[in-house]
Every structure is written in C-alpha cells, then in structure tokens.
Design a protein around this ligand. Structure first.
Ligand code: GLC
Length: 649
C-alpha cells in the first residue's frame, strides 16, 4: 500500500545517493519506491517497539541502495534477462547438484576442470556446500560460520570463487550458495566481542545471566542433535552467561528481535547476491525467530523476516531466487512459499522434504498409500514457486510426515516408524539397506536415517556379497528413486557421489571433528579413479551414471515436466504403483513407478480416467510403444520398473 512518508524518505535517500528516475537506474528506482511501503509495514510488525527501529530502517534503506550500486553491470543485465524469461527457475532444463568443493575437487581452483563431467551428466546448477570461514573441528560441515565474507582457505579465496562463478555463467551454469542465517560460529567476531563482555554484541544473541529464561525456552524447544548436543543453551564461563545454541554448542543463535542483526545479515545476503549467486539457500529459516512457550520453529515472525528478505532481494537483485531450507512438517513447509497477500512472495523454492522421505517409505514397504495420504498439503504449492526434489542430500532422512497420515493408510504410526528405522539401519529381517540411525532421542524414540543412496538401496550389501543379481536390483531401485523425484515437478538436486554409486564412507569415524556425526558416512571423498568407471557400462558406476544421465536428458527435453504446478496423482488401482500425470497445454506425460519387488499389474483404466485418449503410449525410458488395452486389461510393470509414457496416435 502506498505510504507518502515512506516515499519521501526513500526519495530523499535516493537523491542523496544520486539515483534518479532516468537511465539505467529507472528499473531499480521503481522497484525501490514500489516495494518499500510493504517492507516498512513488515518491518514495523517486528520492530515498532524497538527504540532504534526508525534509525535502523533508514540504515536498511541505505544498505539496499549501496548494494545495488555495488552490483556490477553484467549481473544487472542477467537480472533483466531472467525477469524477461519470467519464472526462469521453474524450467525443466534446470538440474542441480550439491557438493563439497574440498571432497569433490580439492580446491575451488580445480572446479572448472570438473565442469565437463558435470555438464555431461546433465547438471547446470551447482550448490556448493558452505565455503565461508568455519573452524575446522567445530564446523558442522561449514554451517558454523566465523566470517561470512571470507572464503575458508581450505577451499581457496574469494577471487577463486568469483572466477568459478564467471566461468560457470559463461558455460550457462547457475550457482547456488548458502546463507547461514540462524546462527554464527562462536568464533565469529560478534561472538568473540560478546564473550569479551561487549553488551552490544551480547544483544546479537539470545544471552541470559541465569537459567530462568533458558528454562522457559527449554520447555517448548525440541532438541535437534539430542545425542551430540543435548539441550538448547550453552554456558559461557568467561561472562557467566547462557547463550542459545539450538544446533551444536558452537553454533550461537542470532537474535533477530534486534533490528541491527537483521541489517547485518541482510548486508551479507546482498553481498552474496553481488557475487553472482543465482539461488540463495537460506539455511534453517524455520528457526530464525524464538519466543518462550513455543517450539521456536515456524513462528509467524520467521515468515515476516523472510518476506522482508524477499522484498530487499527483489529490489537489488531480482534475478536471485530464494530457497528456504525448512525441513519441517508438510503443513508448515508449504507456508514458506508465502500465504495471504504474500502467496508466492516469500521463498521461491523449498525442499520437498516430505516427499523425499515418503519415497524412502514406499521403497521400504512397497506400498504407496502413506505417500498418497500425505499429498494434500503438498499440492497447495502456489504457481510461481517450486520444489527442490531429491532423494539424498548432505543431511539425514527425517521421517517428518504426520502420524495421522500413517494411520490413514492403515498403519500404526509408532510401529511403522520403528519398522522404517529397522529397515534402513539394516536390522529388519531381509533388509538389504546399510544405513545408520542419526540423532536418536532416547526420550521420544525419534531418530533419523543416514546413508548414501546406493547403500540404502542395497548396493553396499550386494557388492559385499558379490551377488550379481542383487547388484542389478539395487541399481534399479536407485534409478527408480531418482526417476520418481526428477519428473514430479521441481528442480532435481542430486547429491554428489550418487551419480557414481558411492556407498557409505566409514572413514569419518577416525576424524575427531566428524566422528560424533554419522551424516559424514554419506558425504564421500571423491576418488576420480572410481568416477572414471562411470564411462564403463559394465560397472555399477557406469550403469548408475548412464541411467541418471538419461533421466536428466529426457527431463530437459520434455517441457511438460517444468514445474507449472501441473501434477495429478493416479487413483491407487494398485497400491504398489505410484503414478502421476504431468499435463501442460496439449502435452501429457504419464509416469508410473512400481515400488514393489514383485511384478505389478495396472489397469489401463488408470490412464483413461486421467484423460488418456490416445491409442498408444511411448515409454521414453526404454523407447518401447505400448498399445492401450481395454479397462479389463493390464499394463505389467516388472519389479522396481518405471515408465515415462507419452500418448501417441
Ligand atoms: C541445516 C543444514 C545442516 C546443519 C543445520 C545447522 O539444516 O542443512 O547440515 O547442520 O542447518 O546449520
């Protein structure tokens, strides 16, 4: 809504900074003037009572303008191009991979020579896991940042990162980096000053002189790492105070109720935008606002902060998309796309963490009913936003779908979760999975699952036993999982090593900085001799690589799989088969996946009731054409087989 006072303030600051309505700055001027009233409104919701709110708001406007001035011409032009494309990030031509630079290539400098390999696979977006300075043995894989602007020397320098970004953009590739918003390392200068007694910086964190407030918080806050970091507060002896540490005790939670913290972190966000980041992954946004008496997750104020970030980014760097890493319950995840007036105006992407876990559920049970029962909230995703679809990432697999969903599908929630934990940790009779339980909470029996795609799908077990047939089954299971996630809508995000069938790496147990965290078992050290086997079609590496590559290639050719929120689920005529239709304009793609170890029969009526009129279906995966039968006839899918079927005359 237009606000005269805000307009005048903005105008005054813009004039001072010599930005007017003419020439190149026009688009920026318009974005600034039209977005600031909404920004002010949101800002007031959070900070109206704060003594320095007005002063900080002016500082915020100055940060926006300065950051825009620092944005180079090339990036400004790229913004324009992306805006002209409209929703550039929904494209079926995007496919990403997350990787640790040091474990993948050693240094940033070595990355350019690996890009051929990645592009050959079909990857054109790289999520480089945290690169900024982080203490070696207290780093949480880089998510404990001690300097948001300095690349850690183990990766190289900021110049190396900039050079890589340019190189990637020249090749038409996109860059994704993290902003670790919720906390800093206890070695960050703000934390060091706070430890030295500087109260200005103590106010950057949730810090208390005794246990009174911490105890109130603890009543509502769950534990994230109950084994390695129990509790949510850490005692700091130097100053005799308690600081909130929801994750590890070396990660201090930033206090966003202080507007100076918001300004400082926004400056970092815009610094990353000006490095040329295309997608910014906002780490742990569910946690960024805390209030005693709540779980301190998914609070409405956290959404207000994200909306403010979105508006500021839209003004300065409209080509940068935002990904909210909210790994929370399905009804909550969906809110990160924005609600009400802010629908599709908060995060552009969110991880489809629910569906990721549900795929693992289907693979364990061979039953699609829990997955289907959970779809309702996920289908509410607004047009113009997209999922990150994935099977594995650097984190554990949380079984974060609702108990009611499990019950609706006819299972006992407690028993079912126990089955899942036993199945993937390999203790369930007949299970070939080789994973491990992560973050076991003895009080609640909650646990998550670690392990690579290959090991969880049975490849490690099959290789150990040298069972040729089981190796092929495991590979088929891996490709089934990838195919299901690549085609359902959203940008696929592969995890490095999965394309080359890496099984668990147990060497983390020998490293003091990692042994307390079994997520390291699925964060491999790349051995390029092993990766060279990806060119040999007779090896597991070669089979998995070729299959993954073919899937990505097909995806890039089929415009119907771009994420236009155009997915409909099949009616479960056969509970073992998950099926969805992607439809856009005149195109249709029927995707069916048999999650069972037995052949599955699917009535042709399943296709017809979803709008199939054509007499034949062409399977892009195996290049076969099938004649559509009568309603009493069946399409037969072999164990773990999937089909990507396009109607043909
Ligand atoms: C995110 C990261 C995870 C990290 C946590 C704390 O969830 O993905 O790896 O441990 O944030 O920063």
């Amino acid at each position: 809504m237009y606000n005269y006072q805000v307009h005048q303030t903005v105008d005054k600051i813009l004039r001072k900074q010599q930005i007017n309505t003419s020439g190149n700055n026009n688009a920026f001027y318009v974005r600034m003037v039209s977005n600031t009233p909404a920004l002010y409104q949101l800002y007031q919701q959070l900070y109206w009572h704060h003594p320095s709110a007005e002063k900080n708001f002016e500082t915020l406007l100055k940060i926006i303008i300065t950051s825009y001035k620092q944005r180079n011409e090339g990036l400004r032009q790229a913004d324009e191009t992306k805006l002209q494309q409209g929703y550039w990030y929904l494209s079926n031509k995007l496919a990403g991979m997350s990787l640790y630079v040091d474990r993948f290539a050693g240094k940033l400098k070595n990355m350019p020579e690996k890009l051929d390999y990645l592009q050959h696979l079909g990857i054109n977006l790289l999520h480089l896991m945290p690169l900024f300075e982080s203490p070696v043995n207290e780093s949480d894989g880089g998510y404990a940042v001690s300097n948001f602007r300095k690349v850690d020397k183990r990766f190289g320098s900021l110049e190396d990162l900039q050079a890589l970004r340019q190189h990637m953009h020249t090749r038409g590739m996109y860059l994704m980096l993290d902003i670790v918003l919720n906390h800093t390392s206890h070695h960050h200068p703000w934390a060091l000053k706070a430890k030295a007694g500087d109260t200005t910086y103590q106010d950057y964190y949730y810090m208390y002189p005794d246990r009174q407030v911490p105890d109130q918080f603890e009543m509502g806050m769950p534990e994230i790492f109950p084994e390695s970091a129990p509790g949510n507060f850490t005692y700091i002896p130097q100053i005799d105070k308690w600081v909130m540490t929801a994750f590890h005790n070396y990660q201090w939670d930033l206090n966003f109720t202080n507007p100076s913290v918001f300004n400082a972190m926004l400056e970092n966000i815009l610094f990353y935008a000006n490095l040329g980041v295309d997608v910014l992954r906002i780490d742990a946004p569910a946690f960024i606002w805390k209030k005693p008496g709540t779980t301190c997750q998914n609070l409405p104020e956290a959404h207000t902060l994200l909306r403010m970030i979105k508006l500021c980014v839209q003004i300065v760097a409209p080509g940068m998309a935002l990904l909210g890493e909210a790994i929370v319950a399905p009804d909550e995840i969906i809110k990160y796309f924005g609600t009400g007036h802010f629908t599709a105006r908060e995060c552009d992407f969110a991880y489809n963490a629910t569906h990721m876990a549900l795929q693992w559920d289907m693979l364990a049970t061979g039953d699609t009913r829990i997955m289907l029962a959970a779809q309702h909230p996920l289908m509410q995703k607004p047009f113009g936003t997209s999922w990150i679809t994935y099977t594995r990432c650097h984190d554990d697999i949380g079984l974060g779908y609702n108990d009611e969903t499990i019950a609706q599908a006819g299972y006992n929630p407690y028993e079912h979760r126990r089955f899942m934990k036993d199945f993937y940790s390999g203790t369930y009779p007949g299970s070939t999975a080789k994973g491990a339980l992560f973050a076991v909470n003895p009080k609640t029996q909650d646990a998550r699952i670690s392990g690579t795609l290959a090991s969880l799908c049975g490849l490690e077990d099959a290789l150990n036993k040298q069972d040729v047939q089981a190796i092929d089954v495991a590979i088929q299971r891996m490709l089934l999982m990838q195919a299901h996630s690549f085609f359902m809508g959203g940008m696929p995000m592969l995890f490095y090593g999965d394309e080359a069938a890496y099984t668990n790496d147990y060497s983390y147990l020998q490293d003091d900085g990692k042994s307390y965290d079994n997520r390291w078992m699925h964060r491999p050290q790349i051995n390029w001799q092993k990766n060279a086997l990806t060119t040999n079609p007779h090896t597991p590496e070669g089979k998995v690589f070729a299959g993954t590559r073919q899937l990505l290639h097909l995806r890039s050719l089929l415009a119907v799989v771009a994420d236009y929120s155009n997915l409909t689920w099949f009616t479960p005529h056969n509970i073992h088969v998950a099926g969805y239709v992607r439809a856009w304009e005149k195109e249709q793609l029927f995707c069916v996946f048999n999650f069972s170890s037995q052949p599955a029969w699917l009535t042709w009526y399943a296709f017809k009731e979803k709008g199939l009129l054509a007499p034949k279906l062409y399977n892009h995966w195996n290049q076969q054409t099938y004649t559509v039968g009568s309603d009493r006839e069946y399409l037969i899918l072999q164990p773990y087989e999937f089909m990507l079927l396009q109607p043909v005359e």
